[in-house]
Design a binder for this molecule. Structure first.
Ligand SMILES: [Mg+2]
Length: 119
């Protein structure tokens, strides 16, 4: 991966992102947007396998759109996508310490239920 890949991607995304006056409206737009794109990914997978309607190009395109929203959310909060990437890799390496998937590791209860967490 080229040096500063994520930084360059985030800067590009910022340059093609609508500017909002209201930060609450902005982050709600990005939050709903990423959910919509993830839903489009799910819909394309469903059509491909449940309706015999090959939508794999749509899966690819909407995964890319989801990445754009990830960049938009990171830009909103001033987060570096490289840091997010590294943190996720570290979390997975910790969970799957043997370096391969196991059902036992997948079942570890070391996860935070973010929808139930309170301050
Ligand atoms: Mg899309």
């Amino acid at each position: 991966m080229e040096k500063d890949f994520f930084k360059n991607y985030q800067e590009f995304c910022k340059s093609v992102t609508k500017k909002y006056e209201d930060p609450e409206k902005e982050i709600m737009t990005w939050g709903l947007g990423i959910s919509g794109e993830a839903g489009d990914v799910a819909g394309c997978i469903k059509k491909t396998y449940s309706h015999n309607n090959d939508q794999k190009p749509g899966i690819r395109e909407n995964l890319g759109d989801t990445l754009w929203y990830i960049a938009a959310i990171c830009n909103f909060y001033g987060w570096d996508m490289q840091d997010l990437f590294n943190e996720n890799v570290d979390k997975l390496k910790k969970r799957y310490s043997s370096g391969v998937f196991t059902e036992k590791d997948a079942g570890k209860r070391d996860r935070i239920d973010w929808n139930e967490k309170t301050n």
